[in-house]
Design a protein around this ligand. Structure first.
Ligand code: 7TS
Length: 423
């Protein structure tokens, strides 16, 4: 027997009970083109368990009111739930206090908040911002804008041929002009896990601030801001079983205190006169207007679900699956996979020579297998890979060995469809 398969059976059975988990996700029973759905687009967004949907509906049905303003009991209950969610997030990522947790719409807004509220005040002409060619556009374009507005310069860490950060290149770039290092912990295309703790240590010595894009890591592995030593961390709730429209910016309290607000209006003020206003304390000064109360509550329920499984178990489950999938795709002989061979996150980007990724994804869809095709909002990385687009299969807690089988089988159908072009 294939030792990877044996390993997966042994470890998978002991770690995550996917059969039980799947029961919490009714959407996974959906039929696509008459076939049962295999959902492998988790890096785009994950499915939601009934526990999260129930948390949303019971909030709306039993506790709906605006937060931070009402004297009435319902308002107090909504505020308690919303602030409880903030505490839940703080505990989940090891923040030292809830006030370091700012609720945003998504990871994109969290990065933009830092680019405006921290960047416009702390970055000037001749300063440098270090980032990488593997960033999602969300962690690149805001820095391009900041550099353009302030006269700062973007510097890019080189990648190794297998898609890791070349750390020597990072150490060469880091200098007294570096104000910020903006780096993803997990690449949404290559599956690379970047050594962010090491980057944070070095940046601290150089007195530079580090923003970690945790959109693809926080849902999949234990992440603790204290042990990473990062200054900012951006998270999207919808990529970790939570609702859409809720994200998180973790920021070190002293940095948040010193920053200007990003958006202005209700709830973020301490006083307003006709001509002037003063700002509320953190984190409220960054949460102008009525927030996504239900979204925060749903995110807390998602964290409960994930912690119930265990982040280490989730990480190891995905690693087993991706290892198996890479092995099986490698055996086909016509699938070119991108990114590191081992020690990587639970997703695989690949190309099949001579066939556009959209065609591959279309054939897979016919077979009920949902994968993504495109540039994955990482166009500079597509240039680096020298492809217009890739296919991407991304795994999560409910995926299992059978899902890998179904994907591989569907890819063999692609070969049948396009046999004249595959050599
Ligand atoms: N950072 C990374 C590494 C991401 O993968 C994404 C979204 C974001 C930031 C932005 O997250 P958002 O919730 O603010 O949109 N990535 C993807 C993806 O790979 N496919 O669809 C969205």
């Amino acid at each position: 027997m294939n030792p990877l398969v044996a390993g997966l059976n042994r470890v998978g059975a002991r770690q995550l009970d996917t059969e039980r988990i799947k029961k919490d996700f009714p959407i996974l029973n959906t039929k696509i083109r008459g076939k049962s759905l295999v959902y492998l687009d988790n890096a785009a967004t994950t499915q939601k368990p009934i526990q999260v949907v129930n948390a949303l509906s019971s909030y709306y049905l039993e506790s709906n009111a605006n937060v931070h303003r009402a004297i009435h009991d319902l308002g107090a209950r909504a505020t308690e739930l919303y602030e409880g969610a903030r505490e839940r997030v703080a505990g989940f990522i090891g923040a030292s206090k809830p006030s370091e947790i700012v609720f945003t719409r998504n990871a994109t807004e969290a990065v933009n908040l830092v680019a405006y509220a921290w960047g416009r005040r702390n970055v000037g002409p001749g300063d440098e911002i270090i980032t990488t060619p593997m960033e999602h556009h969300s962690n690149l374009v805001p820095w391009q804008q900041l550099a353009g507005a302030t006269g700062a310069r973007l510097r890019f860490i080189d990648l190794t041929p297998d898609g890791r950060l070349d750390m020597e290149s990072f150490y060469r770039l880091l200098n007294e002009r570096t104000r910020l290092v903006a780096v993803s912990q997990g690449s949404n295309v290559l599956g690379t896990i970047n050594p962010v703790a090491e980057i944070c240590r070095a940046a601290r010595e150089a007195e530079a601030v580090v923003l970690v894009d945790g959109a693809q890591s926080v849902p999949h592995m234990p992440v603790n801001v204290a042990s990473l030593g990062c200054d900012f961390l951006a998270i999207s709730g919808h990529k970790m079983l939570g609702p859409t429209g809720i994200g998180v910016l973790y920021g070190r309290a002293d940095l948040l205190e010193a920053m200007d607000p990003f958006l202005f209006g209700g709830d973020m003020i301490s006083y307003v006169h006709l001509e002037t206003a003063g700002w509320n304390e953190i984190p409220y000064k960054f949460e102008a207007g009525t927030p996504n109360i239900a979204g925060a509550i749903g995110l807390a329920a998602a964290i409960d679900y994930l912690e119930g499984l265990g982040m280490e178990q989730i990480e190891s489950h995905e690693r087993q699956l991706v290892k198996l999938a890479m092995h099986r795709l490698g055996e086909l002989g016509y699938v070119e996979m991108h990114g590191p061979a081992g020690d990587r996150a639970g997703l695989i980007s690949f190309n099949i020579k001579g066939i556009h990724p959209h065609d591959v994804a279309t054939v897979l869809n016919e077979e009920g297998v949902a994968i993504r095709a495109g540039h994955h909002c990482a166009q500079p990385l597509m240039e680096w890979l020298n492809v217009p687009a890739t296919n991407r299969a991304s795994f999560y807690i409910y995926n299992d060995e059978e899902d890998v089988d179904r994907m591989v089988q569907a890819i063999t159908r692609v070969k049948e469809f396009f046999r004249h072009v595959i050599v």
